[in-house]
Write a protein that binds this ligand. Structure first.
Ligand SMILES: *Cc1c(COP(=O)(O)O)cnc(C)c1O
Length: 371
């Protein structure tokens, strides 16, 4: 573990062992109250649930120790991304978004922000390394890109954004603060869909924005209060529970992903494997430098769409679903959503099942494909 992760894990453990009063519950209580006793306004921690609730506050306190930053929770990853964008861009501004990043971010920018006068420019992730950011007000970055798994040097992009006066927003959903910390590398804001690995059990939507600039985070918080994009108590509670095992799950998931990527890259039926942890992957050196671990997503290319679909129906250990980061492994042919990947490209999200169980099911399914 890196020094940063040791420090974060120590802070989380200290936070969890804060003194209790006799009879206090050990687990976080789920508080759904919308209104709080308010004889006067001075120093009231809670007033009305659109402003703050004890259950989100607990998630924010926890995630804030992970991010080593101020954190504002939202009811979904997209609500967090919307807040980050509405807090940073205004009419006439240029906003750069990755053309191969999360599709809905691009759609939001094009279908809503562009209509409000924001000039939206799309750029493939691998071109962020050469782009001149002068004239841009905000730049959205996702590394590794999804599902292509191209990496970009965050520190380098952050430095060039700062020099150009552009704010850098990094969607860190795929890695989370435990596997990569864009704020340390100079990003202004990080957004994460906690719906994915942080919640981890495929049963709650949640997101957050993290940042170290109080004024900017104040705008993000104002956006939440005014737009009403507030997390539900149950979802916040479920994600708080999921977070307790995040480090443990990620360790298993990343270790298995490396093991499977190595096996897959030697299999005849697999045309290509994309995984930043493979030494011959174009992103390997950068991954070693800016990521704590290589992640739990693998891209494989099979012969064509029909072969990929046959593999997915045969391989019972992989649930066929979109999304990633849950305890169950899942797989999906991404071209069905129109992603710019080959027809036979399958994205595998590795879950917490034992490695050998995963490999046996995958290998059996690959063996059954027509040669
Ligand atoms: C899932 C995802 C989102 C959106 O999260 P929701 O909780 O579904 O709104 C945003 N960015 C990335 C990279 C994602 O994978």
């Amino acid at each position: 573990m890196s020094e940063r992760i040791n420090r974060v894990m120590a802070a989380l453990s200290q936070h969890q062992s804060a003194p209790l009063h006799k009879g206090d519950p050990l687990a976080l209580p789920l508080i759904s109250a919308t209104t709080y006793h308010l004889p006067d306004l001075d120093g009231a921690p809670f007033m009305y649930a659109r402003m703050n609730t004890p259950t989100w506050q607990a998630v924010e306190d926890y995630v804030s120790l992970m991010e080593e930053a101020e954190v504002c929770a939202f009811p979904s990853g997209m609500a967090a991304i919307s807040a980050a964008l509405f807090a940073t861009v205004t009419a006439g501004d240029v906003l750069i978004v990755p053309s191969d990043g999360y599709y809905v971010t691009r759609a939001l920018a094009k279908e809503f922000l562009a209509q409000l006068g924001v000039i939206v420019v799309e750029l493939p992730t691998c071109e962020f390394a050469q782009c001149d950011f002068h004239g841009a007000a905000a730049v959205c970055l996702e590394t590794p890109s999804n599902p292509g798994l191209d990496l970009v040097d965050i520190a380098d992009v952050a430095q060039r954004c700062a020099a150009a006066g552009a704010r850098l927003i990094v969607d860190n959903t795929m890695m989370s603060a435990l596997l990569q910390q864009p704020l340390d590398l100079g990003a202004d804001l990080v957004v994460v869909a906690d719906t994915k690995a942080p919640g981890g059990h495929s049963d709650a939507l949640l997101g957050h924005v993290a940042g170290r600039d109080s004024a900017l985070m104040g705008r993000v918080r104002d956006w939440r209060r005014m737009s009403g994009a507030t997390p539900g108590a149950l979802e916040a509670w479920l994600v708080h529970r999921g977070l307790q095992t995040l480090e443990l799950r990620l360790a298993r998931m990343c270790e298995s992903a490396l093991y499977l990527a190595q096996k897959l890259s030697k299999h005849r039926a697999v045309r290509a494997v994309r995984y930043p942890g493979l030494m011959n992957d174009p992103s390997y050196d950068l991954a070693c430098q800016q990521m704590e671990s290589f992640g739990f997503l693998i891209g494989i290319e099979l012969r064509d769409a029909a072969t990929a679909e046959a593999f997915l129906s045969e391989c019972t250990v992989l649930r066929q679903s979109t999304s990633f980061g849950g305890t169950h492994s899942c797989g999906e042919r991404r071209a069905r959503w129109g992603d710019a990947v080959p027809e036979g490209f399958v994205r595998i999200s590795v879950g917490v099942e034992p490695q050998e169980v995963l490999w046996q099911s995958i290998e059996t399914a690959l063996q059954k494909l027509s040669p």
